[in-house]
Ligand binder design. Structure first.
Ligand code: DX5
Ligand code: ZN
Length: 226
C-alpha cells in the first residue's frame, strides 16, 4: 500500500473469460479501486460493456471493499445514472464533451448515491471544468484519446496534470486527481509528482508476462517512492 496515490486497474484489459478471478487477484494484491471503462461505440470508436460488468463485481466489492470506479465514455450518460447506481457503482465519471447540462448531470450522480467525477479528452481545455470543480469528487485527465487500452501516454498530459493540481489546490478541493491512459511503472512516478492521486492502468496490470500481483507490487513500489 502507499499513501500517495490509489491504483485503479482498468478491467478493459482483463481476460473476460476470468474477469472476477482476475479482479479478485488485483483487489487482494492491493488495488484499492477497479476502473470500469464503459464504451458505446458512438462517443468512442469501441464498444465495451454496461452496468452488467459492475453487477458482476458487486460480490467482490462487498467481500474486499474494492471501490467500483466507472468511467462513462458514452453519449447521453444521464440516461444510465440510475442503472449504474443500481448495479453497485461507487464512483461515476462523465466526459464534459458528452454533457450539455454538466452541472445537472453531476447533481443527478450525487443524488443517485454515487461520487461524481468529470473527465476531459486530451484536446479539451481545463477551462471547461472551471464552474464544476467545486462540485466533483474526482477529476480524470485522459492521457490517451479514449476508446482503447494499450496506447501510449501523451507527453503533454503531465503539464495538464500540474495545472489541474494547482487549480484544485487554489480552491482547497479534496477531489481525486485521476490519470488514465498509457500509465506504466516507468511513468507513474512523474505522474504522481505532477499531482495525480489516482492512477488507472490496464495493460500494465493485466497484460504482459508477470502476474497481476507482481505488476501491482511494482506500481505500489514506484508510487511510494515518488
Ligand atoms: C481508454 C480507457 C483507459 C484504458 C487504460 O479509453 O479509458 O482506462 O483502458 O488502458 P491502458 O492502461 O492500457 O492505457
Ligand atoms: Zn478509463
Amino acid at each position: 500500500m502507499n499513501d500517495k496515490a490509489v491504483l485503479a486497474p482498468s478491467i478493459l484489459a482483463a481476460d473476460f473469460g476470468q474477469l472476477e478471478a482476475q479482479c479478485r487477484q488485483a483487489a487482494v494484491a492491493g488495488a484499492q479501486w477497479l476502473h470500469i471503462d464503459v464504451m458505446d461505440g458512438h462517443f468512442v470508436p469501441n464498444i465495451s460493456f454496461g452496468p452488467i460488468a459492475v453487477r458482476a463485481l458487486r460480490q467482490l466489492k462487498e467481500e474486499t471493499g474494492v471501490v467500483l470506479d466507472v468511467h462513462l465514455m458514452i453519449e447521453n450518460p444521464d440516461r444510465y445514472i440510475a442503472d449504474f447506481a443500481a448495479a453497485g457503482a461507487d464512483r461515476l465519471t462523465v466526459h464534459v464533451e458528452t454533457c450539455p447540462h454538466l452541472h445537472r448531470t453531476l447533481q443527478q450522480i450525487t443524488t443517485a448515491g454515487m461520487l461524481p467525477g468529470v473527465t476531459l479528452n486530451p484536446a479539451t481545455p481545463l477551462s471547461t471544468l472551471e464552474e464544476v470543480l467545486p462540485l466533483v469528487d474526482l477529476v480524470l485527465i485522459m492521457s490517451v484519446n479514449p476508446g482503447f487500452g494499450g496506447q501510449s501516454y501523451i507527453p503533454h498530459s503531465t503539464a495538464k496534470i500540474s495545472r489541474l493540481r494547482d487549480q484544485l489546490d487554489a480552491i482547497q478541493s479534496a477531489a481525486w486527481l485521476q490519470v488514465d491512459g498509457g500509465v506504466k511503472v516507468t511513468n507513474a512516478a512523474a505522474i504522481v509528482a505532477a499531482g495525480a492521486t489516482s492512477l488507472v492502468a490496464g495493460s500494465a496490470i493485466f497484460g504482459g508476462t508477470r502476474t497481476i500481483a507482481e505488476n501491482i507490487a511494482a506500481f505500489q513500489a514506484v508510487i511510494s517512492a515518488a
